[in-house]
Ligand binder design. Structure first.
Ligand code: SF4
Ligand code: SF4
Ligand code: FES
Length: 528
């Protein structure tokens, strides 16, 4: 590995790295616009000019590979003068409309102007080139051509990653502009990524712009639950309201990207159908009750079925949106406090959902099918449950995050499960299955809980509580431990960390993993 010096710091960097990457290793940021680690290098913005001893002139750091004995200065007078000149050049035709730009707070033009320039503009506003503003170019993307610095990150993304090439640079010289081909708007499933990688306010998100200044947003590292890929994301929220999801770099899962469907999936979590209090059926309608009443009622009914029909008259369906910890804790509850082995997983995808592609999207729209399988919960157990209902053996069903009615269709559900005596549903939303239930318990959604999902390749990744659930909704683990305590008086671990530790101790696939060790990128299930 070559050894070099950057701003007086010794760096040992792997062969093939460029100077921007090597500098990052020792905490030095070389300013750059066009360079992106996942795209080809074009070296067109010139913002990354640095001084290299013995080189006749300044070099662009993005296209200079590390070499033994190299001595690099990124903040020398010469380098800074060049960076300042490049910035002034890039700003010549910029409209300087920062106060009304939605990129403010995450704009590299603003940041670098404060770091490297701070000089007043020498170019009169009236002489600046005028280009298109607030152009709807398709998908969720708005374009402001005047703010664009022509770094070509967006065109390279569509050329190299999605291979759809919707954007191009038109015209010449200072009339250069980014645009779509006339009449051909952006139309691919990953378009939102160009908004993330545009370093300035030229590409912004229709759905998000002008809704919240970014410095008011809180970020929580989590996982998209939109499909079994489980892309790493950051949840951006304020006071329990999610404003956007952003992809988070994870080389083992999604690299730098996410799909638009996943990006917008938080919208489905914020609708008015969220459950906020336990409900019980009374005279053909669901009425509110307290958690104390709800737990006591369920414990009594479970006790009665056990006594009259045996423990196997009680079954459990766990949806593959449950976390690993919830599924493990439920399985333990069934085995110990209830004594029944009738447990089925539910992993289904809505008809017409997008299929597998060769980038990220998976046809299986459940984040934890593999996690359930690792815990020995088969995702095809509904058929045997239905047979047990028909045979009069299964009387009570607990549906955990499982919208069985929507998965099967109402007629099919009634045909297979209509003879049940009792249905207890634990759900985030008042879904179709709740309408059939005797009791409904409100659960926290996945941005409101700690836990983990296992993606289809066996990568176990953490989700984190970004904000508390609404009303009296409880985390799945809290509801499970309260029910368990009411059934047998035993205390059970209720934090995701404690449940994970027990799971790693008992389930071979999770052996050797620990909750904290999952970090930001997750770890693979044990192969042993
Ligand atoms: S729109 Fe953004 S990403 Fe595309 S070339 Fe302009 S500045 Fe770069
Ligand atoms: S590919 Fe799947 S996990 Fe990734 S962002 Fe899209 S829906 Fe979410
Ligand atoms: S980042 Fe090096 S030239 Fe643009």
């Amino acid at each position: 590995m070559p050894k070099l010096t950057i701003d007086g710091k010794e760096v040992e960097a792997a062969d093939g790295l460029n100077l921007i990457q090597a500098a990052e290793h020792v905490g030095i940021e070389i300013p750059h616009y066009c360079y992106h680690p996942a795209l080809t290098i074009v070296g067109n913005c010139r913002m990354c000019l640095v001084e290299i001893e013995k080189a006749p002139k300044l070099q662009i750091a993005c296209n200079t590979k590390v070499a033994e004995g190299m001595v690099v200065h990124t903040r020398s007078d010469k380098a800074k003068a060049a960076q300042r000149a490049v910035l002034e050049f890039l700003l010549i035709n910029h409209p300087i409309d920062c106060p009304i730009c939605d990129q403010a707070g995450e704009c590299k033009l603003q940041d670098y102007y404060m770091d490297y320039d701070q000089a007043p503009s020498r170019f009169p506003l009236a002489e600046k080139n005028r280009k298109g503003k607030a152009l709807d170019i398709g998908s969720d993307v708005m374009l402001d051509q005047e703010r664009c610095i022509l770094c070509a990150r967006c065109t390279r993304f569509f050329d190299e990653v999605t291979k759809t090439s919707e954007l191009a640079i038109f015209e010449r010289g200072d009339h250069n502009r980014i645009d779509i081909n006339p009449g051909q708007p952006i139309n691919n499933k990953y378009a939102g990524n160009v908004i993330d990688i545009c370093p300035v306010g030229a590409l912004t998100e229709k759905d998000f712009r002008f809704r919240m200044r970014v410095w008011y947003l809180h970020r929580t590292a989590s996982v998209c639950a939109g499909c079994e890929r489980g892309c790493s994301i950051d949840i951006h929220q304020q006071r329990g309201r999610i404003y956007r999801y952003k992809p988070r770099f994870n080389p083992g899962v999604n690299d730098y990207w996410m799909c638009d469907e996943g990006r917008h999936s938080f919208l489905g979590l914020q609708h008015e159908t969220r459950l906020t209090t336990p409900l019980v059926q009374s005279k053909d309608e669901l009425i509110a009750e307290t958690w104390g009443e709800a737990i006591r009622r369920a414990a009594t009914i479970i006790g009665n079925f056990k006594h009259q029909n045996g423990a196997r008259s009680i079954g459990l369906v766990i949806d593959a949106h449950a976390t690993n910890e919830e599924a493990f804790a439920l399985k333990q509850l069934m085995n110990t406090a209830i004594g029944s082995d009738r447990i089925a997983g539910l992993s289904w995808s809505p008809p017409g959902a997008s299929g597998d592609d060769d980038l990220l999207i998976r046809a299986n729209k459940n984040p934890n099918t593999r996690g359930l399988a690792a815990l020995g919960i088969a995702a095809d157990g509904l058929d045997s449950m239905a047979l047990a209902v028909a045979a009069g053996e299964l009387k009570m069903l607990i549906a955990f995050r499982a919208d069985i009615v929507r998965a099967l269709g109402e007629a099919e559900f009634i045909k297979r499960f209509g003879a049940l005596d009792y249905l207890l549903v634990l759900s985030t939303d008042a879904n179709e299955t709740c309408q059939m239930a005797n009791q409904v318990w409100p659960l926290a959604a996945y941005p409101e809980i700690d836990g983990s999902f296992t993606n289809f390749k066996g990568r176990v990744q953490r989700i984190r509580e970004a904000f508390p659930p609404p009303g009296d909704a409880l985390s799945g683990l809290e509801a499970i431990t309260r029910l368990g305590h009411a059934l047998d008086g035993a205390e059970r671990p209720k934090t995701a960390e404690a449940v994970f530790a027990e799971m790693a101790n008992q389930v071979p696939a999770f052996k050797g993993l620990n909750f904290d060790g999952l970090g930001l990128h997750g770890l693979d299930l044990s192969k042993g």
